[in-house]
Write a protein that binds this ligand. Structure first.
Ligand SMILES: *Cc1c(COP(=O)(O)O)cnc(C)c1O
Length: 486
């Protein structure tokens, strides 16, 4: 295609862009695609001039809410400010313009970055080795499950099928365990919101493959009996999986390996500063203890005779789980973030994250019920149950109207009308005070009139949406909607 620059007055009025004549042969699409996928009617689309295109996208961008526009206390998701210098690092042409098929000898710097980032994560998590290939947290979980399965199979221990998961777990945990072919058995939470050891003991036997744990758990509480839990699960031959999607409370202070975990994943796009949300690229590296190293996915970055190579030759590997070496741009951001902060800086991250969460928790506990015992870690869960069913959603919408992103709502499932609040370490005391004041105003209004926010949001680009229908029956294209979708 030759995109020559044309004087705008040569372009027909109202048309933003004229592509030059194609210099490639015409292709018969019908030869490649089933008939129903080939469009010849593009519907009622009109040409638009350049300024109209610019205005359209600028308007859409201004409607979007992000960490760079306002406070975003979305629990479990760690929506913190991402230093822009990491974007500069990821955009360096020597990283961003690499071809994935470039031979190893030409990309030594990129392979060195992968090798060093693996080592940093090994140190941060107290594991023996890491793979950076998984593309997201849930993908990391699946890889961890496949590693667990491979470990038992290699030992000829094929009869196990039960993965234990606390009832407060993130929904991806049971889904990943199931995808690996395991049966999921829930372990109850105690009245304090942590793993109920007595309930766990009744579920432990030789059928247990392992247990998946988030620590601190989704209520923001550190499991006080984690070493006992690890001993108990290991006692029946199971492996312990650490869901470290959100490491913000423990980074630089406590390590999954030291808590007895055999395999873990971390989300670089939560703790390690890659912008996320909206389904963009992430990374969910997986760390393992000694006995699982041989099963890690290929390729492995190895150093031989002072040169880095990609090694595909591990006979016990679970295989390749992602094209090439993962989402490399995300790895560059995490590398830059870790190098910039250093060990002391990472410790400060968790310190400030936990301080901010406890400050906000103490403020809001004066006017709304909070689940679990204090102190919390990086997040806490409030409950609006006393205002009735649907009240958490109303509070969310009220917050949108005054410029805040809502907390995570209706999760974890063990708390009715849950509002899961994670302020993160990058927010100021003033922002936390403003948020607490806004929440208090909404609670006061609801106390006077339980339906005060039934119509909110009033000031957002869209009014109240049917979220359940949107999740169950997503309409993802304009055409489908026009063809009679709802
Ligand atoms: C975000 C999260 C996940 C899933 O991570 P994705 O990258 O969204 O797949 C898993 N567990 C917990 C606790 C999380 O917060």
């Amino acid at each position: 295609m030759n995109y020559e620059y044309r004087n705008i007055f040569e372009i027909p009025p109202g048309r933003g862009f004229e592509a030059g004549a194609a210099d490639t042969p015409e292709v018969d699409l019908a030869a490649f695609y089933a008939e129903e996928f080939v469009r010849d009617d593009f519907g009622p689309m009109r040409d638009v001039a350049t300024p109209e295109v610019v205005r359209h996208y600028t308007r859409l961008a201004a409607m979007n809410f992000g960490v760079d526009t306002g406070f975003y206390p979305l629990g479990s998701c760690t929506m913190k400010y991402n230093p822009k210098v990491n974007e500069d690092a990821a955009a360096l042409p020597g990283f961003a313009a690499l071809h994935p098929y470039a031979p190893a000898r030409d990309v030594q710097g990129a392979l060195q970055l992968i090798d060093e980032l693996e080592r940093y994560l090994v140190e941060i998590c107290g594991m023996s080795a890491f793979t950076l290939a998984p593309a997201a947290g849930a993908h990391g979980e699946l890889v961890g499950m496949l590693l667990t399965r491979a470990y038992h199979r290699k030992r000829g221990d094929d009869g196990r099928n039960v993965m234990l998961i606390p009832d407060s777990a993130h929904g991806t945990n049971p889904a990943s365990a199931r995808m690996a072919g395991f049966d999921v058995v829930a372990v109850a939470s105690s009245a304090d919101g942590v793993i109920d050891l007595d309930d766990l003991r009744t579920k432990l036997d030789e059928s247990v493959v392992g247990m998946m744990i988030t620590n601190p758990n989704t209520l923001g509480l550190f499991e006080p009996d984690i070493l006992k839990v690890a001993d108990a699960v290991h006692g029946v031959g199971g492996l312990l999986y650490y869901d470290g999607a959100n490491l913000n409370a423990v980074v630089g202070r406590a390590r999954p390996g030291d808590m007895g975990f055999d395999v873990c994943h971390v989300n670089l796009h939560k703790t390690f500063s890659t912008p996320h949300g909206g389904g963009g690229p992430g990374a969910g590296p997986v760390g393992v203890c000694d006995k699982l190293v041989d099963f890690l996915p290929v390729p492995r970055v190895v150093k031989k005779r002072r040169k880095y190579e990609l090694d595909y030759g591990a006979p016990d590997s679970i295989g390749q789980i992602r094209s090439f070496t993962g989402n490399f741009g995300v790895l560059v951001r995490a590398y830059a973030y870790i190098r910039h902060l250093g060990a002391a800086g990472l410790r400060d991250v968790s310190g400030a994250a936990v301080l901010n969460a406890n400050y906000l928790r103490a403020k809001v506990a004066r006017f709304i019920e909070v689940a679990g015992t204090a102190p919390c870690m990086h997040e806490f869960v409030a409950s609006s149950a006393k205002f009735g069913r649907g009240s958490a959603g109303d509070i969310d919408k009220g917050l949108i109207d005054v410029g805040f992103h809502p907390p995570t709502t209706y999760f974890p499932l063990v708390v009715p009308e849950a509002l899961m609040i994670e302020p993160t370490e990058t927010e100021t005391k003033e922002t936390l005070d403003e948020f607490a004041a806004a929440l208090e105003r909404i609670v006061t209004d609801l106390t006077a009139d339980g339906h005060a926010y039934a119509d909110a949001p009033l000031n957002a680009p869209v009014r109240r949406l049917d979220e359940a229908a949107a999740a169950r029956n997503p309409i993802l294209t304009q055409m489908m909607a026009e063809e009679g979708g709802t």
